[in-house]
Design a protein around this ligand. Structure first.
Ligand SMILES: CC(C)(COP(=O)(O)OP(=O)(O)OC[C@H]1O[C@@H](n2cnc3c(N)ncnc32)[C@H](O)[C@@H]1OP(=O)(O)O)[C@@H](O)C(=O)NCCC(=O)NCCS
Length: 164
C-alpha cells in the first residue's frame, strides 16, 4: 500500500480537516490518546525541536506521528550521551490498520529522521506495557526494548530504542 509522508504544516486546509477524522479503536485510545492529543504535542515550543508528519494514502491523511529532539525530549530520553530523536503519537486510522502502513512507516523512519535532523544517532519511544501489538511491531522491525523501569504492569511504559 503506497503512501507518502508530509510535514504537518504542509497539509492543505482540506487535509488538516481530514487529519482530524483519524480514528482509533477505544482500547487504542486508552493506550495512546487520540488525534487531538497527538496534535496537541505540536503546540510545544520551540517548533524547531518537534515535527509532526502525516501519512498520506491517495492524498488523504491516514496516519500521524511526531518527532522530537533536544529541549523537547522527554526525561526518559535525556540520559543518553548520544544524539536522540523520540517518536510520539504514532497512529494509523483504524480503517487502514493491518494493511502494512505502520510497518512501512517504521521502515522509512530512519531515513526520514536523518533527512530531517542529520545528527540523530538513535530513535527512542515509550510504549504502554499492555500495547502488545505495537511492542511486537517495534521488535519485529529491529527496535530494542530497554529493561523495565516501573514493573511490567498495565499503565506503565516500556522504552524502546533503534540505533541508526
Ligand atoms: C500500531 C499501529 C501503528 C500499527 O499500524 P498498522 O498499519 O496497523 O500496522 P501493519 O499493518 O503494518 O501491521 C504491523 C503488524 O501489526 C500487527 N497488526 C496490525 N493490525 C492488526 C490487527 N488488526 N490485528 C492484529 N494484529 C495486527 C501484525 O502483527 C502486523 O504484523 P504482520 O504484518 O507481520 O502480521 C496501529 O495499529 C495503530 O495506530 N495503533 C494504535 C496506536 C498505537 O498503539 N500506536 C503505537 C504507540 S507506541
Amino acid at each position: 500500500m503506497p503512501f507518502a509522508f508530509t510535514r504537518h504544516e504542509s497539509l492543505s486546509p482540506t487535509q488538516q480537516h481530514q487529519l482530524l477524522e483519524i480514528e482509533l479503536l477505544p482500547e487504542q485510545i486508552r493506550h495512546v490518546g487520540d488525534i487531538h492529543g497527538g496534535l496537541h504535542t505540536l503546540t510545544a515550543r520551540p517548533a524547531a525541536d518537534r515535527q509532526g508528519f502525516a501519512l498520506l494514502k491517495d492524498d488523504i491523511p491516514r496516519g500521524f506521528f511526531v518527532l522530537k529532539r533536544r529541549s523537547l525530549l522527554p526525561d526518559w530520553a535525556r540520559d543518553h550521551a548520544i544524539v536522540t530523536t523520540t517518536l510520539h503519537a504514532l497512529m494509523i486510522d483504524r480503517r487502514f490498520q493491518g494493511l502494512g502502513l505502520g510497518k512501512q512507516c517504521l521502515r522509512a523512519l530512519p531515513e526520514l529522521t536523518q533527512a530531517l535532523w542529520p545528527d540523530t544517532e538513535q530513535l527512542m519511544l515509550a510504549v504502554e506495557t499492555g500495547n502488545h501489538s505495537a511492542r511486537q511491531l517495534y521488535l519485529a522491525l529491529g527496535w530494542q526494548e530497554l529493561p523495565e523501569r516501573n514493573g511490567d504492569q498495565p499503565g506503565f511504559e516500556r522504552l524502546m530504542l533503534l540505533t541508526l
